[in-house]
Design a protein around this ligand. Structure first.
Ligand code: FEO
Length: 392
């Protein structure tokens, strides 16, 4: 438990054991599930945490409010990493009312059997008085589910933002950010955004416009630190990513069966290095694959303006791990990117043509025909210096 202000207490938990978030996304530095108490004449709990943390969660609540009762459980977002302990809270505080919006009702019933009469349904912008302060509720659909809303505590300039402005990574006991925290979390915030929310750039922009009128002094997200010092930087980063804006640089992503496409990728990285072009390189397959896989590659797709993809031809198609990455680009509606493809084949090349077809469908700017080479990589056969010149 951590006291954030006279009224607000952090009662969330860190999860350092889960290997894959949503069963998909690696968590090398953990993740936090944040929950908050607003204690006034009435007491509100904003969101719960993932199941498996029942004891710690209840102990945090007890430390914050002792034997006071909780009057309201605000459900901003129904994804189970935040709603799993709704039933536990209902059981412990039988007179509690759930505060949610109309879209949440069927999900509460379907996941946890919560009857409609337990739910106080709030309309857009409606307020709920806690005594000396009030909570108001604002829909931000598809950030990151259709029922998602944020809760605004005007008297504290505090936005309980759900997944918005969240990040992977466990948080330390301070909970609240400091001068170093934003840089420390920047990569994990970009990875979180690109992996989890990246498909919903337009809804994120709509949410940012809606929230622009609020004088936000503090952001209490459901993942990561409480943002105070870095509110402006955090909002600016979300704004940039949801506009698909990037910086100049190259994200090289490849898979390789026998090391030839990998050798070409490494050669390109060396050439870019020599030219002073910023780049990242991600191996999606094999023993040398980075632990972040597609997850890390997507982060750098949101960072750099140029995507270079290497794939051998496999069954007359794209090598499957690379195909998965290309599908991830499509599903995130990635746009405004330059693109280049390369890869080896043995008797008939198809991967580069197919990669370019996907890139064309995404309206990427395709930088040349690509580089499809037969059998082994050699410097003489595969001129990555020329490719680097094209990309710089
Ligand atoms: Fe952290 Fe969309 O749940």
């Amino acid at each position: 438990m951590k006291k954030i202000s006279d009224r607000i207490f952090y009662v969330g938990v860190n999860d350092d054991d889960k290997v894959l978030f949503e069963g998909l996304w690696p968590l090398p530095v953990g993740v936090s599930y944040n929950s908050y108490i607003v204690a006034d004449e009435k007491v509100a709990l904003v969101d719960t945490v993932e199941c498996g943390f029942e004891e710690e969660f209840l102990a945090n609540i007890d430390e914050a409010i002792g034997d006071r009762q909780i009057d309201y459980l605000v459900v901003n977002h129904m994804e189970p990493d935040h709603s799993s302990l709704v039933s536990l809270i209902l059981e412990r505080y039988p007179s509690i009312s759930i505060v949610a919006n109309a879209k949440t009702l069927p999900m509460l019933a379907g996941y946890y059997g919560v009857p409609a009469e337990k739910v106080k349904v709030m309309d857009e912008g409606e307020s709920l008085s806690l005594g000396s302060c009030s909570l108001s509720f604002h829909m931000i659909p598809m950030v990151h589910w259709p029922e998602t809303m944020v809760t605004w505590l005007e008297e504290e300039g505090t936005l309980f933002s759900g997944d918005a402005f969240g990040t992977f990574g466990s948080i330390d006991e301070d909970v609240v950010d400091n001068e170093d925290t934003f840089e420390q979390f920047r990569d994990e915030m970009m990875r979180y955004y690109s992996n989890i929310v990246g498909k919903y750039g337009t809804p994120v922009q709509a949410a940012l416009k809606k929230l622009a009128g609020l004088n936000v002094q503090r952001i209490c997200s459901t993942h990561g630190p409480v943002w105070e010092k870095n509110v402006a930087d955090v909002v600016a980063l979300y704004d940039r990513m949801s506009r698909y804006e990037t910086e100049r640089g190259v994200c090289i992503v490849y898979g390789s069966m026998y090391g030839n496409t990998a050798a070409a990728a490494d050669a390109l990285a060396m050439e870019l290095e020599a030219l002073g072009v910023p780049y990242a390189i991600h191996d999606l397959a094999g023993n040398n694959a980075g632990e972040l896989g597609v997850s890390g590659a997507l982060r750098d797709v949101f960072k750099y303006d140029t995507i270079v993809v290497g794939s051998p031809t496999y069954n007359n198609g794209i090598y499957p791990p690379v195909e998965t990455f290309m599908k991830a680009l499509q599903s995130r509606l990635i746009k405004n990117r330059r693109f280049y493809a390369f890869g080896s084949y043995t008797w008939a090349g198809a991967s580069v043509r197919l990669l370019n077809e996907i890139a064309a469908a995404q309206n990427f700017e395709i930088l040349g025909d690509g580089l499809s080479f037969p059998q082994a990589y050699t410097r003489e056969k595969v001129d990555m210096a020329a490719v680097a010149e094209l990309l710089k």
